[in-house]
Design a binder for this molecule. Structure first.
Ligand code: SF4
Length: 250
């Protein structure tokens, strides 16, 4: 019996200023394949459906269990992680494209550094002084822990930026993921001490006011993070901080 096959179409570009070309590959079906397996199959035999020799497709992947965020791409028109995109569940032919809100490196690989720069800009960490034993940390209520745990699952994949209409070439909006991380660090008993500078980083261009409440972000987050709740919560924090700063005269 002939092997069952399926088609994968891939948007390819060596550089962002090079013309786009779509390549089609016919792959041998095996049960439980995901998109990463498809890309590995192509790397092993980079021959297009018409028989012309091509090159392995460039993409990023690491953990293969939706933890590292690296393999985010557009699969059949939707931003998602390639590792959890199962061939059995996808409409055929499968179409793969790179995320569009980050600079293209090559093929399906993009440079997501802007997200990490924005995490730095908004001070999304908790400064701890020294390497000695600081003793037990402050207590957190189970309710705070529960919300914090949900927010801490962000894998910086960038899917929420891809789907956000306000993340575009005319705006510097940091995106829902960054705002949600500000909420996470501001709710921590130690992180709270630096809430002011984090909120200030979200005031003005690119900050929380640039959110138009499209609410697309929450629909594509692979970790189910309550992003719209984070946007609302941080918006309120920014407002209160601005009013307090005004009356303090700072
Ligand atoms: Fe990805 Fe969700 Fe984090 Fe956005 S919030 S970067 S979609 S994990």
């Amino acid at each position: 019996m002939a092997d069952k096959t399926f088609i994968v179409k891939i948007k390819r570009q060596q550089r962002s200023d090079e013309a786009v070309r779509w390549e089609e590959y016919e792959l041998r079906y095996r049960p439980h394949m995901n998109v990463i397996i498809c890309l590995r199959d192509i790397a092993e035999k980079p021959f297009t459906r018409s028989g012309s020799e091509s090159t392995p497709v460039s993409y990023e992947a690491n953990c293969l269990e939706e933890i590292c965020g690296a393999c985010a791409m557009i699969v059949n028109g939707k931003p998602r992680q390639a590792c959890t995109a199962l061939v059995d569940d996808l409409e055929k032919p499968i179409r793969l494209e790179p995320l569009t809100k980050f600079p293209l490196i090559r093929d399906l690989q993009v440079d997501r550094s802007s997200m990490f720069e924005n995490l730095k800009r908004t001070k999304c960490w908790i400064p701890i002084d020294g390497t000695y034993d600081l003793g037990p940390g402050p207590r957190m209520s189970p309710e705070t822990q529960e919300v914090g745990y949900a927010l801490s699952q962000c894998i910086t994949c960038g899917n929420c930026l891809e789907i956000c209409p306000k993340v575009n070439e005319n705006s510097h909006f940091v995106g829902a993921a960054i705002v949600s991380q500000v909420r996470l660090f501001n709710m921590h008993p130690t992180g709270k001490m630096h809430a002011g500078p984090r909120l200030e980083a979200l005031m003005g261009p690119g900050g929380i006011e640039d959110c138009d409440n499209a609410q697309n972000c929450v629909k594509v987050c692979p970790k189910g993070i309550p992003l719209t709740e984070s946007l609302a919560a941080v918006n309120g924090q920014v407002l209160v901080h601005a009013v307090k700063s005004f009356f303090r005269g700072s």
